[in-house]
Structures are given as structure tokens and as C-alpha cells.
Design a protein. Structure first.
Length: 347
């Protein structure tokens, strides 16, 4: 995989601009003067050139005489790994989109550190219109205890705003009350143990997959050793609200144990994803995203407000007979006083 090299406008023509896509029908004749053998994978010619700038000769006709030069910089191993990582996330999102008919959103959390928090905020906020969410924390590398992560995912709706010239929305605006499920596996640990543990404690939704590593003890500090290695030493240990210690060395068990069968994965399926989507879709039917309907509009004119007050007073009096008698005496007394004011000479 390659990315464009910096463009040198002075020394190259517009037709040799680096980074031009090689379309179907184009032929790469050589890389840095080395011809590409037809019986091998084309990318084999780029082996050992990661991060280096190379020149490609590309021809639409397959003839060297028609070839044009394109200069590119090969990706480093880290850059290619990041592209594959992002592609894996997008593939999962599209799978959730397909399995749920567009009703569920997908969020992947690579850890419970800044990167995981950034991904959560971007992916969660970008799909707030969905009816529910799949939170994928498989391979979660941990980091911190996920308090604010869960506060965001389980944020309740407090207010509703009806705008005269705008769209009705909730407050906080960044909230989704739909059901959600979580994916875990045996490669998630530390904060990756703590996140599904808290998810279960909050009764946030079903957990699907395989048991997490179980390496969580509590907050820890890192120390470098003289041989170049390192250790982490926990300075605290977690325990449940029930008074029981967290299951160190055990991890978090799923509500639905599902093995990621390689025979299915190689066919483009994900049995864990299929199961969690199925469970959350059941919840969408019985416990859908909370949407408060707009109340019937009121007449807020002076006449309308008077009617509202009368109705409210009748309801109040109906609920309290003693109050009704007191109000009747007050109204009688007000009526007599008003008559005396209108007829001062009647006494």
C-alpha cells in the first residue's frame, strides 16, 4: 500500500503527479528499475521498502514505451497497520448496519485510555440518531477505569425543548436512551476487564463473546527494570458494592458465550457480532429508545390562561372536599365585599 510523496511542482509535469490512482487496466512495469515478475504477487516487489520513496513506471497499454513515471512513498509498517485497523472497524460498522437494517450504531473501543475515549466520542456522537448501540471492546488494551465512558453511554434525558422555528430535541442533546450490547473476548484486559464489569453493574445490556483476561487489580504504576524490562505495581484493589472483591485472575464472563469460529470468520461472518445484534434488536422491540411526544399546544392568551386556571382549580377541589368548602366561603366573602363596593349607600 502506498501514499503520495510530496509534490515537486518545479521538476515534474502535471502528468507525472505522484499519488495518481492506478486504475483497472493499468500495468506497473517496474519499481525502481526492477521489473515485476508476472508469476508473483505484485506487492512482493515492495518488500523491504517501507517508508522509502520509489518510482513506478505505469502503462495503460502494457507497453513500456507508453509508461509514465509516478513517484510514491511506501507506507511504514505502522501506517499500514493503522489502515488495516481502521478498515476492520469500518467492516464491523457496516456489518452491524446490515444485520440491524440500519437501526443500530457501532462503537469500537481499542482501550480505556485517550485513544479509546476519542473513538467513543466520535463514533457515538456520530450515530445518536440510531435506535441502539453495539459497544465492541474486544482486544481492549485497558488504561483507566471507565467511569466517564459509561456516563456518556448511559446519559439520561433530562429535558425536552420544543422550538418555535427549529427541531425539537432533548437535553442533554448528546444522549441516546436506546438499548445496547457489548462484545468482549479473551484479549481484553485491565481496563478491558473493568469496562464490561461496570457495564454489567449498571445493567446496561447483554454481554456477548468470551471471558476477558482477568488481569485487573486496580490503579497501578509502571517501573523500569535494569535489564530493560518493566513491571506494573497496583496501589489499590477494586471491590463490588456488595462488599466482594473483584474477580482478579478470573475476568468477566459473557451473558452469551460465543466462540469466534475461524471457519466462519474466513467466510466474512462474525458469530459474536451476529449474536449481540440479535439480542439488542430484541430489546429495541420491547424497550425502545425513549422519545417523548410533544404535548398538545396550550392557549397562552389571557382568555386561555383563565380557562387553564379554572380547570386546575376544579381538579384540585375535586381531590380535596375540605378545600372546596374553604374556597366556597372565600368566594362568597369576595362576592359580598364586591357588592358593598358597588353599592356604598345600601347599608
Amino acid at each position: 500500500m502506498v501514499k503520495p510523496a510530496p509534490w515537486d511542482a518545479e521538476n515534474r509535469s502535471p502528468f507525472d503527479r505522484p499519488g495518481v490512482d492506478v486504475s483497472e487496466g493499468d500495468y506497473i512495469h517496474s519499481v525502481n528499475g526492477m521489473a515485476l515478475p508476472l508469476d508473483k504477487e505484485p506487492f512482493a516487489a515492495f518488500e523491504g521498502l517501507n517508508g522509502k520513496t520509489v518510482a513506478l513506471k505505469i502503462s495503460k497499454t502494457g507497453k513500456l514505451s507508453d509508461a509514465k513515471n509516478i513517484v510514491v512513498t511506501c507506507l511504514t509498517a505502522g501506517e499500514e497497520g493503522n489502515i488495516r485497523y481502521l478498515d476492520w472497524i469500518e467492516t464491523n460498522r457496516l456489518m452491524v448496519e446490515k444485520l440491524s437494517n440500519g437501526k443500530l450504531g457501532y462503537v469500537y473501543m481499542t482501550d480505556t485510555s485517550p485513544r479509546g475515549q476519542l473513538d467513543l466520542v466520535k463514533m457515538y456522537y456520530g450515530q445518536l440518531d440510531k435506535e441502539g448501540f453495539i459497544i465492541d471492546e474486544r482486544f481492549n488494551g485497558g488504561g483507566q477505569l471507565a467511569d466517564r465512558f459509561l456516563e456518556l453511554m448511559k446519559r439520561p434525558t433530562i429535558y425536552n425543548l420544543y422550538w418555535r422555528h427549529g427541531k425539537t430535541h432533548t437535553m442533554p442533546t448528546k444522549a441516546n436512551t436506546g438499548p445496547m450490547g457489548m462484545l468482549i473476548n479473551g484479549w481484553a484486559g485491565s481496563g478491558g476487564d473493568g469496562l464490561p464489569w461496570a457495564f454489567r453493574e449498571m445493567d446496561a445490556g447483554p454481554i456477548v463473546g468470551e471471558r476477558t483476561i482477568g488481569i485487573l487489580v486496580g490503579p497501578a504504576t509502571g517501573h523500569q527494570l535494569i535489564d530493560g524490562g518493566g513491571i506494573t505495581v497496583p496501589g489499590a484493589r477494586l471491590f463490588y458494592n456488595s462488599g466482594k472483591w473483584f474477580d482478579e485472575g478470573v475476568g468477566v464472563k459473557p451473558d452469551f458465550a460465543v466462540w469466534d469460529d475461524p471457519n466462519l470468520l474466513i467466510k466474512g461472518r462474525d458469530p459474536q457480532m451476529e449474536k449481540v445484534v440479535d439480542e439488542v434488536m430484541k430489546l429495541v422491540k420491547v424497550n425502545p429508545k425513549m422519545v417523548t411526544p410533544i404535548p398538545k399546544k396550550e392557549d397562552r392568551t389571557a382568555k386561555g390562561l383563565k380557562k387553564i386556571k379554572i380547570v386546575a382549580l376544579r381538579i384540585l377541589c375535586h381531590k380535596n372536599n375540605r378545600l372546596t368548602k374553604r374556597l366556597s366561603l372565600i368566594f362568597i366573602s369576595i362576592g359580598i365585599t364586591q357588592r358593598l363596593k358597588n353599592k356604598p349607600n345600601s347599608i
